[in-house]
Ligand binder design. Structure first.
Ligand code: ATP
Ligand code: MG
Length: 300
């Protein structure tokens, strides 16, 4: 049994969420010693252990209080919540943050040759999916009498194999659907990765304090990724025009430039990227040395 005083975080062992989740933990200052074959990874600088498991197991581990936190796709989380509710099991958790990776959608797709006129066309048909609870909730909301057929893999080949008439699967680009002669018709759920925490009131004060210290760091990393540090030289006479071109720059730092009376240096943290078009407009106003730089961390 591992040390119960250490915060336990579940992450996907290998798959689409693994790399980004580990990168986020590292970015908030958690040093990790991950060995590929091992289920547990210990942090070397914080009281944190990682439990590396299949993503399907993560919602249940958090809801059962086996781990304190988990990184999971909303699709998997919502499906497991519906499954547990249907079975009369506890399904408590708290979403701490919606993250900026793992984006995908759960969509209904039908064979291109099928005569499709809205979701009602699926009445009386079978739809293969790994997410039967999400799909049946959709059917119910739409008043469609169709059947969800559970498949844990190869969902996209089900219609060709004669196992189902249509599918409901995760899509990001749509390339897999196209390669299998399927046409995406309805988005039934939009998903991103989220960080969740157990909500059974059993967290110790020490663990909660650690979580409260880590979450603002996550905000800082996400905010920093979306922001840029912009520096440029601008003619003093056009200061107001220049400011109005810079996104979110109500209060830029304006500094004198040595040896020049009519030019100033402007520094600003922008909440968004600076487009080439804006840079061209700044240049046309007489600005020079326009630099757009990434920000690694932000606070307060
Ligand atoms: P595991 O072995 O852990 O069960 P898996 O095969 O179920 O892995 P992955 O394919 O790695 O899972 O996907 C994990 C999660 O990544 C999905 O549940 C979803 O939230 C997210 N995701 C993002 N883009 C996609 C996509 N194009 N297809 C599938 N999942 C995606
Ligand atoms: Mg899985």
């Amino acid at each position: 049994m591992s040390d119960n005083s250490r915060l336990r975080i579940a992450i996907q062992k290998s798959g689409r969420l693994s790399d980004d989740s580990i990168a986020l933990l590292k970015a908030i200052g958690i040093k990790l010693n991950i060995r590929d074959r091992l289920l547990i990874a210990h942090s070397t600088n914080e009281n944190i252990d990682l439990l590396r498991v299949r993503d399907d197991d993560i919602p249940g581990l958090v809801m059962d209080g086996v781990v304190d936190m988990g990184f999971i796709g909303e699709n998997e989380l919502e499906e497991k919540m519906l499954e547990r509710q249907a079975a009369g099991k506890a399904a408590d958790f708290e979403v701490l943050r919606r993250l900026d990776y793992g984006g995908c959608r759960l969509s209904l797709a039908v064979p291109t040759e099928m005569d499709y006129n809205g979701a009602a066309s699926l009445g009386g048909k079978k739809v293969a999916t790994t997410y039967p609870y999400l799909l049946e909730r959709y059917f119910k909301e739409q008043g469609i009498n169709a059947k969800a057929v559970m498949l844990t893999g190869s969902v996209e080949v089900a219609p060709r194999a004669g196992v189902a008439d249509a599918i409901c699967d995760l899509v990001s680009t749509g390339a897999t659907l196209e390669a299998n002669g399927l046409q995406e018709e309805e988005v039934i759920f939009r998903s991103k990765a989220v960080l969740i925490q157990r909500a059974d009131g059993e967290l110790s004060a020490e663990k909660q304090a650690l979580i409260n210290r880590l979450v603002p760091r996550i905000d800082g990393v996400i905010q920093a990724k979306e922001s840029k540090y912009i520096m440029l030289h601008a003619p003093k006479a056009y200061l107001e025009q220049v400011k109005s071109l810079l996104p979110g720059a109500e209060n830029p730092t304006v500094l004198p430039l040595a040896g020049s009376d009519d030019t100033v240096a402007i520094h600003v943290v922008s909440p968004e990227n600076l487009f080439w078009e804006t840079m061209e407009k700044l240049k046309a106003l007489g600005c020079s040395s326009i630099l757009v730089m990434p920000i690694e961390k932000m606070m307060g």
